[in-house]
Design a protein around this ligand. Structure first.
Ligand SMILES: Cc1ncc(COP(=O)(O)O)c(C=O)c1O
Length: 464
């Protein structure tokens, strides 16, 4: 190793500079993907370069192409910021470089993860005996839970998926809502059930299914059945009546899964809890830490009320791997689709410890209040609020010339993104162009919302 500056210090300085600049820089990246490719596409070096210089150069070249999604005025998709303790804990994860698969050789990170798993169950008030897998995100949490679901409902009918796969298995009925997130379709494809085989329960204008229609769809099918509801529509935040559905669709061979990538966190706060009450009766829940808990990417969470099914679907055992046969000291390998992986729940532990229950509740309630504030400022300025629920809002602007509202809304979005004060993202909502606002950052405050709304209204006015 050459003597010289410490790459870790250079990385820490660059990281600090980036984080300190978040409040003032334009939210959008200054450079696009083509410029970034040009910046990095140098020939593979024949001989190794100085580590400190590599890190310094990497940070300098990347900076123009970074999105300031940690800003309180980043409103795109559903992307949380990263709490300082969670970022710092993530640095430790990389420095420790533990393989967070097995508890016997890697006791520290696996046990931190075990504690974080218990805290997740507490803060979301899910059954304390449920099993938890820390996966890459909501998509993989859905895959993990639905794989356990498939194995469980087929096992009720005497079919062993672990041994025989789906070749010759009884048909598995799938029921989903019309406004499900696309990752449910991705999960159904991944577990061999096919996205197009699902019965689709219609959603109302807000994007939520009707509990009676969902129960009727469940009653209409016999045999192994997987039913998926959603808390937190990715556009407007709508919450399916999951608690009512969970109370009515129960039977041994029906597994009810809740996709709550961000909406499940509504269970952590008093004012939002009634919306998501009763869904602890479901069989599995998918959520993200990298969204509303504000941990850095990546961390999704797959929770199953049937640990045995979870383990059977995911566990890997081999002669060369230390056997995890201790019922108390959990082996992550049993609950994850990955074998080797980073200790991604360490930032979850740090986030939950620095926030506490009260801090998580405050974060959830503030984000909801901020989304409502932004939506009301936009409405006062003439925007049409298509839907606002939880921390989400969908708005649209009427073309002042009366020509094309969709084209005008898209132009407002493009103008405001380019101007850089804030960064909402676009969607199509009930067939019309919309602008989505998601307030998921722990940094978001009322001044951010006032500035973001003013920037959007200014773009609308300038395009009139
Ligand atoms: C409801 C819902 N489910 C699943 C996902 C996928 O989550 P991830 O992007 O973490 O894989 C999202 C993403 O926004 C979502 O909103």
């Amino acid at each position: 190793m050459p003597d010289g500056p410490d790459p870790l210090e250079i990385a820490a300085d660059a990281a600090r500079e980036w984080l300190e600049g978040l409040a003032d820089r334009p939210v959008r990246p200054a450079a696009g993907a083509r410029a970034m490719l040009d910046a990095f596409a140098t020939p593979l070096p024949e001989v190794g370069e100085d580590p400190a210089e590599v890190v310094r150069d990497l940070a300098a070249r990347a900076e123009p192409g970074l999105m300031a999604n940690g800003s309180g005025r980043f409103l795109g998709w559903v992307i949380g910021a990263a709490l300082p303790a969670a970022v710092a804990a993530d640095w430790l994860v990389s420095a420790w470089d533990q393989n967070c698969a097995m508890s016997e050789p890697f006791p520290a990170t696996t046990m931190i993860e075990q504690v974080a798993a218990g805290w997740i169950l507490e803060v979301l008030d899910l059954p304390r005996g449920a099993s938890v897998g820390f996966v890459t995100g909501g998509q993989m949490a859905n895959v993990t839970c639905l794989a356990a679901a498939r194995n469980h409902v087929l096992a009720v009918h005497g079919w062993d998926v672990e041994a025989h796969g789906l070749q010759g298995a009884p048909r598995v009925n799938v029921i989903v809502g019309a406004e499900r997130h696309d990752s449910i379709d991705g999960a159904l494809r991944a577990i061999g059930l096919g996205a197009a085989t699902a019965a689709v329960v219609p959603a109302d204008a807000a994007g939520r299914v009707d509990a009676d229609a969902f129960a009727a769809a469940a009653a209409a099918v016999e045999g192994p059945t997987i039913a998926c509801v959603q808390v937190g529509n990715v556009n407007g935040g709508a919450v399916d009546p999951a608690g009512r559905i969970a109370a009515t669709v129960r039977r041994d061979d029906l597994w009810l899964h809740v996709d709550g990538a961000f909406g499940l966190w509504a269970r952590a706060a008093r004012s939002t809890r009634p919306l998501v009450a009763g869904l602890e009766r479901a069989d599995s829940w998918a959520t993200d830490a990298h969204k509303w808990l504000n941990t850095p990417y990546d961390c999704g969470v797959a929770v199953c009320a049937h640990p045995e099914a979870h383990r059977r679907a995911m566990g890997v055992r081999a002669a060369y791997l230390p056997a995890g046969d201790d019922a108390v000291l959990r082996d992550p390998i049993d609950y994850n689709p990955e074998l080797s992986r980073r200790a991604r729940a360490v930032p979850v532990y740090a986030a939950l410890r620095t926030l506490g229950r009260a801090g998580v509740a405050e974060l959830v309630e503030r984000c909801c209040a901020m989304a409502a504030l932004a939506a009301s400022r936009l409405a006062e300025g003439g925007a049409e609020v298509l839907h606002q629920e939880l921390n989400q809002a969908v708005v649209r602007f009427r073309d002042p010339r009366g020509v094309d509202d969709d084209a005008h809304t898209r132009s407002v979005l493009a103008t405001v993104q380019e101007e850089g004060t804030c960064y909402p993202s676009g969607t199509v909502w009930r067939g019309v162009a919309g602008i989505r606002l998601s307030v998921t950052s722990y940094r978001a405050g009322s001044e951010d919302m006032e500035r973001a709304a003013a920037a959007m209204l200014a773009a609308h006015g300038a395009l009139g």
